[in-house]
Design a protein around this ligand. Structure first.
Ligand SMILES: [Zn+2]
Length: 170
């Protein structure tokens, strides 16, 4: 029996090569920008990802479309838009998401280039007048060097599921 096993041909092996794997479904933190914060990093997001939400029972809940009825809508709670960009600092790592209001979105788009992609823009994010509840302000500091590898923007859905409490109920 042993002799027979030795004579068997080894199986042909093909390594599954992939130089750019799909990022794992990891939860990336949403960075709160405090009054005296200055968050600097490179935007990895190709676009701002926006969602409709409601402020309901002292928290943000997503506006649901599809099979389920949206409970806050039935109670005439107004919708609020929330947008997200992903930033990675010079130190690397998995970076952070920054939540944008509509005002913040307009400001970001007003100060970034129309000709060049959003991804690769280096920005600093802070609060207007260093006040906690004031809108975010952005300063474009430059562009990511094309020859340096910039990480792929992570999928925001696992983060939103956690943030909006959908992970437990789903
Ligand atoms: Zn709704």
């Amino acid at each position: 029996m042993l002799l027979k096993a030795r004579k068997m041909k080894p199986p042909k092996i093909t390594f599954a090569r992939d130089d750019d794997p799909t990022p794992r479904k990891s939860v990336v933190g949403v960075r709160k920008v405090d009054a005296n914060d200055v968050v600097t990093g490179t935007i990895t997001s190709p676009t701002i990802q926006g969602y409709w939400t409601h402020w309901w029972n002292d928290r943000t809940v997503p506006h649901i479309v599809g099979e389920k009825l949206c409970k806050p809508c039935l109670k005439f709670i107004p919708m609020r838009w929330a947008g997200f960009i992903h930033l990675v600092g010079s130190g690397g790592g998995k970076g952070v998401f920054i939540e944008l209001t509509q005002t913040a979105r307009d400001r970001l788009l007003a100060c970034t280039s129309k000709e060049e992609p959003l991804r690769g823009t280096i920005v600093s994010v802070s609060r207007e007048g260093r006040r906690l509840r004031s809108p975010l302000v952005f300063q474009v500091l430059g562009r990511h060097h094309a020859d340096e590898k910039l990480i792929r923007s992570p999928d925001i859905l696992p983060t939103l599921e956690r943030l909006w409490g959908l992970a437990e109920s789903a």
